[in-house]
Write a protein that binds this ligand. Sequence first.
Ligand SMILES: NC(=O)c1ccc[n+]([C@@H]2O[C@H](COP(=O)([O-])OP(=O)(O)OC[C@H]3O[C@@H](n4cnc5c(N)ncnc54)[C@H](O)[C@@H]3O)[C@@H](O)[C@H]2O)c1
Length: 357
Amino acid sequence: MKMKIAVLPGDGVGPEIVREALRVLDAVARRSGHTFEIAEHPVGGAAHDLCGDCLPAATLAAAKDADAVLLGAVGGPKWDSLPAAERPERRALLTLRKELGLYGNLRPVKVWPALKGASPLKDEIVSGGIDLLVVRELTGGAYFGEKLRSADGRSAYDVTPYSVPEIERIALLAFESARRRRGRVTSVDKANVLETSRLWRETVTRLHAAKYSDVELDHMYVDNAAMQLVRSPARFDVLLTENMFGDILSDEASQIAGSIGMLPSASLGKGGRGLYEPIHGSAPDIAGRGIANPIATILSAAMMLRYTFGLDAEADGIERAVGEVLASGIRTADIAAPGVNTVSTTKMGTAIAEVLA
Ligand SMILES: NC(=O)c1ccc[n+]([C@@H]2O[C@H](COP(=O)([O-])OP(=O)(O)OC[C@H]3O[C@@H](n4cnc5c(N)ncnc54)[C@H](O)[C@@H]3O)[C@@H](O)[C@H]2O)c1
């Protein structure tokens, strides 16, 4: 199988954390005999410094040519004065998502047994273990619908369009993901009020009956889902939702884990193509100090193996290695309890790679 990966380290802590993810992928390759064809390309402020463009044509072409893209992070104060459309986040991230046709965002949120204390939720809520996946539609809804302000400027509307094929393709992603997990999908909508939500619910229900009756499906109103996420998050396996609800719920869910340095993400398009990146930014406040937590990026690489390359066993192996290293007490600063010794970015990456060796 061709496994071509475009690696875009980016800015700030990006190159530091990506280096550790590559170390882990290398350990997987050595052990499994797979060959990952890896090439690095400039993106973000670093690319702007090199050639005046945060997404050089050659980087975009390489990303399109690859099966998967592994991205560190982009942006930082140095480039904040650029015109909005040229800034790293807009020029690089939004263009990449659009050009790669990415329509589904997957954000797993897990409270690792060894890090229960880091969650802001009470012990009795997290003690049963929390491991959920938010599947958010990325290309439709109010963010991309028609927007209008009246001539007198005193009223406005945002249209929230959704079509059956758009709903089907994201629901399919959620059902397929559930089959790889604990087999449960909770579809989140506001079908008591919104017509798009009624279409959403009908479509998800029909697809479920036709192709995924082995997966358990329930429906939940978004207000209730927001409440349940902090009250009993352990009840969720896969949360499927539209663009705006997903934006809000995935940020809420990300807080449950405690540190932003632990959370990976995937944005998927047609044919399994995907962009994989930690949910955090370039962390300019700690960049260059070798203390960033590489686990979010390492787990993003695991998602890449699972979702683009179908290497579930290898992805499980990386996740198990992360769990083992955490259980052994190794901590970067962001996940360490006060007074506990901490390790560098490289030490953390090396420890995880060594479990896999
Ligand atoms: N996808 C992306 O590339 C992306 C996402 C968000 C923000 N950004 C950009 O990143 C820059 C910084 O943004 P911000 O400070 O608001 O958010 P941030 O996520 O970079 O940092 C927020 C806080 O979390 C800490 N943090 C983040 N990642 C960490 C890690 N791996 N290990 C330990 N601590 C970590 C940082 O030190 C900081 O205190 C901005 O230019 C922003 O636009 C980029």
